[in-house]
Structures are given as structure tokens and as C-alpha cells.
Design a binder for this molecule. Structure first.
Ligand code: 3PG
Ligand code: MG
Length: 399
């Protein structure tokens, strides 16, 4: 693989695509800096070679043009203290100011460009926009694994302007390495834990996993579409009415393939979607009218934890309940506990997807699992067997 280790950055300006799409609160403070911390080694490598770093990223999904809440300016202080230097900032990622700041940049210095998505050309993969960005640097480094499934100007198209000077960073390399560990030659039992609100986001990955895993544990909002497909009464729980047939098909498919597909036997239910709601425990198949399941229940917790503790390979994507609310975080925490336990006893565990990664961070378990991915959609698409444009653009000569 073409990684930063194969490249000497001395005297070069490295144009580094990072995924600094980090969550900010109402005061623009960074609430989870995982993606920033992840990119540090790549940036350090370039700087210690004697290179200069030009960072480019998107933040959020701005609709049309600049918006304060999506400005990467909010990251300047965090980056400056990380690298003990005054990180420079270009208020537009292209144009004369960016060009001049890039031109004047000295070895050891860092320049951050404003949000690429303030230009609609970014998401369109516009070649002229990509060329303008390309002119800012001598070498292109892609370390934005979280965005590698997008064929955008800065993630893929730009690589064509650096046929001999394109490499991937350490994040990208580590992510691919770790994803491969749950794809090929896995140790069994192999357990996938799939949570989150919607089945529609996870259909393809669930279908793919059916051919690979021994156990498939379902949690989160999407559980109730499965419960309904299984003939249960789910009250006012979240349901994707148009996916009930599909859920039934997945249940049948699991039987055919001998996969142990588990749906939570019980749930923590509430009479409204709020941490202040009245709370009860119920069989998932017999939820009272007007009540909704917001977390897996105590029996499901125990059954899932037993399966997880006996597993040798674990892939976890998506929380078990509304873990942001303390009354509905117990299920997710119990699963995290079991994953940590299994890891300590030698299992390999990969946590992927923004929400499950955030949950693992919240409970302070990030260092006690094998790997926490910075990717959500990108990891799932890779696992589904799709080509990631951000990877292909680096690895293929003819891109
Ligand atoms: C993410 O957070 O999923 C990545 O940064 C990609 O963002 P996107 O889904 O808006 O393309
Ligand atoms: Mg996304």
C-alpha cells in the first residue's frame, strides 16, 4: 500500500484530506475529538520529515455556501494546542488568500482550509475545483477514512493531479487493516451486533453478514420492525412500516443459513420519547399501546452478553437504545461491558459507526476494545464489498 511511510515529505507541502467532521455544541465546542486525535500521527510524520501540512476537510452538510456553524475555524485552537504552533487558517479553501497562505507556508507549519463543502463543486466532484485545490500542494495525502465512500473532489478526483505523489495516511491504513480482520479468516464464533434506529441503513450489511457470522444480535430502534415482522405488538415503538416484510425475510434467511439471529426478548419501554418519561420493562412482543421500546431489557442484556463473552470475533455497529438519555443507556453500556470482557479474554473487537464509537468513548472503553473505527458509512460500505473511491484513487494508477 502507498502510505505516508513510503514518502519523504522534506521540503514538500502536503495537501492532507482529513475527516474533521466532528460534533460541535451550540457554542462551537468540540464534543468528541476522536477524529482529530486519529489524524495526529499522519500530520506529525509529515512535519517531522520537514514538510508543511495543508489540512482540508468538510464539516457537516452545509446546504448552500458558508454557514458559521459549519466553519472549520472552530477547530483552529484545538489544532494549535495539539501541535504547539499557530495553525494558520484560510477563510476560503480556494482563491487568492488560500493560494498565498499556501505559498508562504514554511516547513513545520500547518494551514487549515475552510470547509470544502462551502463550495458545491466539492460534492459534485468537479475537476476544476479539484485542480484548484491540487495547486496548493506538492503531494496529496488521503487520511479521511470516514469520507472514503464519497467520490468528491477532495477525496478522490484530486488524486488525478498527483499521479506520482499520492499516498494514504495512517488512519486510512489502520482502518483498512482492521476492517479486513473481520472480513477474512476470522476466528469463531463470530458475532455481529447491529443497532441504531433504522433497518434501511443496514439492510445490505445485514445480508452480507448472514454469510459470515455465527450470531447476529439486533438492538436499537430497528429491533421493533423485526418484532413486528415476528408477529409482536410493539405499541408506538419506532417502526419502518415498509421494511416489515424485509425484516421477515431476514429472519427466514437467518434460519436457512443457520445464523443465530437474536431480537431483544424484552425492552425498557417509556410513555414518551424523553428521559423524564414513565419507564417500565416489557416483553418486546407485548408492548402496551402508546408505549415505546427505547432500550433492550434485562433479559436481552444478559442473553446478548452471554453470546458476546463466548465470541472470538466481534463487530459492533449502532447502539442498543437511546444511550444519550441515561434511562435508556443501560443496554448499550452492558453490551460495551461484554465486548470489553471478551476482548480481554482474547477476542478481536471492532467498533464502527459514529454512534457506537461515541458510546464506547462515553463509557470510557475506547482503549479496552481492539479498534474503534472513525468511519460509519465508509466502514459499512467497505464491509459490504464496495470499492471506496477514496481508497481506489490512491491505490490505482489509472484513477
Ligand atoms: C461522516 O461523518 O459520516 C463522514 O464525515 C461523511 O460525512 P457525510 O455522510 O456527510 O458524507
Ligand atoms: Mg455519514
Amino acid at each position: 500500500m502507498r502510505t505516508v511511510d513510503t514518502y519523504n515529505f522534506a521540503g514538500k507541502k502536503a495537501l492532507v484530506r482529513v475527516d474533521f467532521n466532528v460534533p460541535l455544541d451550540a457554542d462551537y465546542r468540540i464534543t468528541d475529538d476522536t477524529r482529530i486525535r486519529a489524524a495526529v500521527p499522519t500530520i506529525q510524520k509529515i512535519l517531522s520529515d520537514g514538510g508543511a501540512v495543508i489540512l482540508m476537510s468538510h464539516l457537516g452538510r452545509p446546504k448552500s455556501g458558508p454557514e458559521e456553524k459549519y466553519s472549520l475555524r472552530h477547530l483552529v485552537d484545538r489544532l494549535s494546542s495539539e501541535f504547539n504552533t499557530n495553525v494558520k487558517f484560510a477563510a476560503d479553501c480556494i482563491g487568492p488568500e488560500a493560494a498565498q497562505l499556501a505559498q508562504e507556508l514554511q516547513p513545520g507549519e500547518i494551514l487549515l482550509l475552510e470547509n470544502l463543502r462551502f463550495h458545491k463543486e466539492e460534492e459534485k466532484g468537479d475537476p476544476d475545483f479539484a485542480r484548484e485545490l491540487a495547486q496548493l500542494g506538492d503531494v496529496y495525502v488521503n487520511d479521511a477514512f470516514g469520507t472514503a465512500h464519497r467520490e468528491h473532489a477532495s477525496t478522490a478526483v484530486i488524486a488525478r493531479y498527483f499521479p506520482n505523489d499520492k499516498v494514504m495516511g495512517y488512519v486510512m491504513h489502520a482502518e483498512l487493516d482492521n476492517a479486513r480482520r473481520v472480513l477474512d479468516n476470522v476466528e469463531r464464533p463470530y458475532t455481529a451486533i447491529m443497532g441504531g434506529a433504522k433497518i434501511s441503513d443496514k439492510i445490505q450489511i445485514i445480508e452480507k453478514l448472514m454469510d459470515r457470522v455465527d450470531n447476529l444480535l439486533i438492538g436499537g430502534g430497528m429491533s421493533y420492525t423485526f418484532v413486528k415482522a415476528d408477529g409482536g405488538q410493539i405499541g408506538s415503538s419506532l417502526v419502518e412500516a415498509d421494511k416489515v416484510d424485509l425484516a421477515a425475510r431476514l429472519i427466514a434467511m437467518a434460519k436457512e443459513k443457520g445464523v443465530n439471529l437474536m431480537i431483544p426478548v424484552d425492552s425498557i419501554i417509556a410513555d414518551e420519547f424523553s428521559n423524564d418519561a414513565n419507564v417500565d420493562t416489557s416483553l418486546s412482543h407485548h408492548i402496551k399501546p402508546m408505549w415505546m421500546g427505547l432500550d433492550i431489557g434485562p433479559n436481552a442484556r444478559e442473553m446478548y452478553a452471554d453470546v458476546i463473552r463466548d465470541s472470538k470475533t466481534i463487530l459492533w455497529n449502532g447502539p442498543m437504545g437511546v444511550f444519550e438519555m441515561s434511562n435508556f443507556s443501560v443496554g448499550t453500556e452492558a453490551i460495551a461491558d461484554a465486548v470489553v470482557d471478551a476482548t480481554r479474554r482474547g477476542a478481536y473487537s471492532l467498533i464502527g459507526g459514529g454512534d457506537s464509537a461515541a458510546a464506547v468513548n462515553k463509557f470510557g472503553y475506547a482503549d479496552r476494545v481492539s479498534y474503534v473505527s472513525t468511519g460509519g458509512g465508509a466502514l459499512l460500505e467497505y464491509m459490504e464489498g464496495k470499492t471506496l473511491p477514496g481508497v481506489a484513487a490512491i491505490e490505482r494508477d489509472d484513477y
